[in-house]
Design a protein around this ligand. Structure first.
Ligand code: PEP
Ligand code: MG
Length: 570
């Protein structure tokens, strides 16, 4: 039995066999072959294996994940069947007497370079397909197995170095019971996705991929942040009990599902949910969400090989608005960049992606992408209570520019005879310190703020949210963060606007009492945290929490703040 310690990223206990989502070693040596005819045959066999594997994956993806996710594999099959790629590889084996691996790689690299340089976006996207297909055929030539997450057909715990948001988007919740990764923190997007999928996760274990083999029996303890590999039967029994107790606790909280969130002295706040896709709606309703405080639309753009159309987006937004039945839905426009990549956009690699060309910066430059999204949102606005929010706003000019584009699209739609709601609130994420500092000026122009503490903390403390070595600096309870939060809430209230928070801090038990005291109006969190938060708030008096907030704002260190909160609450 082996034990790993990590960061508890998503609550609950999961037990199942391990499935490693780890890239195999695809290195090889270029060699001369004696029998080139036999080598061509070996290449053809690898191609045939790759083809039947891809057909199976496509079929499975279509059944389980939908036609849009399956389209990637359709494109891969087209590449695989293309004689323009295959013939030159076979010719190379014959004319140069090289091994199939080298002929495949060299020919494919040549096509990839050629396609990447083309002006046509469609052709540039084909380069990524060729790269993927080459990898698959190469794996068969080398006799190693690529991980195929969409082929999982039994209950598993995913083990990976890291899970990108697009990896996570491809996981089927029916089979994926939990996951554990080497890197990441509580606010890395894989952790956030795990919470929205309601699967237990432990991230940042450092060595999960070294210690865990395919098929090992694994317990993921997402309550404590522990991973047990091939545990003793006694430990399994203990964990069954922990799981039962946790389920019991959850059914206690579940009694609050239809209740409003009111403090012990009668102050109402809104507890909303963060979602990534319309599929998350059920979790929001089951957990008594009073609205959606953050719909991260970037997941609509991931796990596929081209941008979603206006129509696809319209359908997704409409589904969420209708599903929430008139309750508020805050949709955030595309926040790509940082750890959320879209390979098909082929953006140049950056040294500091979290500080780079991302989110609103990209949208204001690539206006075609932005305008399509805004049109889809505006058209969907008549189906519910839509609020639109721009991410990563650093200056008033960015907000004004984005607002003007929205207004232009609105006027165009009206001129086309389309219906658009006329009461759409327009807000911003406050996740860059410059905006928090200037919140009083922003408050005159926006309808609401939503404080994005996941980024606000990393930018304020200059501590990467994904980097464990600096996680001691990444502290929501630091008086500096609390003061910024206060500035934003006070600025909103001074202009009669509302202030919410959609960073993970909003669902954090230690932070909630202080946030209540600071006057936060809306707390948006993973759906699975809502009932627990409601139960906590019902037991607190806002007037007491105002005093507590006042106290901690004047403290010097995070430790003092945590101690004061614990003393008061427990
Ligand atoms: C945030 O930064 O707090 C936030 C909610 O956005 P994301 O986690 O998607 O960056
Ligand atoms: Mg953010």
């Amino acid at each position: 039995m082996t034990f790993l310690n990590g960061i508890a990223a998503s609550n609950g206990i999961a037990m199942a066999k391990a499935y490693r989502l780890v890239e195999p070693d695809l290195n090889f040596e270029k060699k001369t072959v004696e029998d080139s005819t036999a080598e061509v045959e070996r290449f053809r066999q690898a191609m045939a294996k790759a083809k039947s594997e891809l057909e199976l994956i496509r079929e499975r993806a279509e059944q389980e994940l939908g036609a849009d996710k399956a389209a990637i594999f359709e494109a891969h099959l087209l590449v695989l069947n293309d004689p323009e790629l295959n013939t030159p590889i076979e010719d190379k084996i014959k004319s140069e007497n090289v091994n199939a691996e080298a002929a495949l790689k060299e020919t494919a690299d040549m096509f990839v370079t050629m396609f990447e340089q083309m002006d046509n976006e469609y052709m540039r996207e084909r380069a990524a397909d060729i790269r993927d297909v080459t990898k698959r055929v190469l794996a068969h030539l080398l006799g190693v197995q690529l991980a195929n997450p969409s082929m999982i057909s039994e209950e598993v715990i995913i083990v990976a170095d890291d899970l990108t948001p697009s990896d996570t988007a491809q996981l089927n919740k029916q089979y994926v019971k939990g996951f554990t990764t080497n890197i990441g923190g509580r606010t890395s997007h894989s952790a956030i996705m795990a919470r929205s999928m309601e699967i237990p996760a432990v991230v940042g274990t450092k060595t999960a991929t070294e210690e865990i083999n395919n098929g090992d029996f694994v317990i993921v303890d997402g309550l404590k942040g522990e991973v047990h590999i091939n545990p003793t039967p006694e430990l399994v029994d203990q964990y069954k009990k922990v799981h039962e107790d946790y389920e019991k606790q959850k059914s206690e909280w579940a009694k609050l599902v239809n209740e409003p969130t009111v403090s012990a002295d009668g102050h109402h706040v809104e507890l909303a949910a963060n979602i990534g896709t319309p599929n998350d709606l059920k979790g929001v309703i089951d957990n008594g969400g009073e609205g959606i405080g953050l719909y991260r639309t970037e997941f609509l753009y991931m796990g596929r090989d081209q941008l979603p159309t206006e129509e696809e987006q319209f359908e997704a937004y409409k589904a969420v608005l209708e599903g929430m039945n008139g309750k508020p839905v805050v949709v955030r426009t595309l926040d790509i960049g940082g750890d959320k990549e879209l390979p098909y956009l082929q953006l140049p690699k950056e040294l500091n992606p979290f500080l780079g060309f991302r989110a609103i910066r990209l949208c204001l430059e690539e206006q075609g992408i932005f305008r399509t999204q805004l049109r889809a949102l505006l058209r969907a606005s008549i189906y519910g209570n839509l609020k639109i929010m721009f991410p990563m706003i650093a200056t008033l000019n960015e907000f004004r520019e984005a607002k003007a584009i929205l207004e232009e699209e609105k006027q165009k739609l009206i001129a086309e005879g389309q219906q658009v709601a006329d009461n759409i609130e327009l807000g911003i994420m406050v996740e860059i310190p410059s905006t928090a500092v200037l919140a009083d000026q922003f408050a005159k122009e926006v309808d609401f703020f939503s404080i994005g503490t996941n980024d606000l903390i990393q930018y304020t403390m200059a501590a990467d949210r994904m980097n464990q070595r600096v996680s001691y600096l990444y502290q929501p309870y630091s008086p500096s963060i609390l003061r910024l939060v206060k500035m934003v809430i006070d600025a909103a209230h001074a202009e009669g606007k509302w202030a919410g928070m959609c960073g993970e801090m909003a669902g954090d038990e230690t932070a909630i009492p202080v946030l209540l005291g600071l006057g936060l109006d809306e707390f948006s969190m993973s759906a699975t945290s809502i009932l627990k938060a409601r139960s906590l708030i019902k037991g607190l008096k806002k007037s007491d929490m105002e005093q507590l907030a006042q106290e901690v704002l004047n403290m010097q260190t995070t430790e003092q703040v945590v101690e004061a909160i614990n003393k008061r609450i427990k």
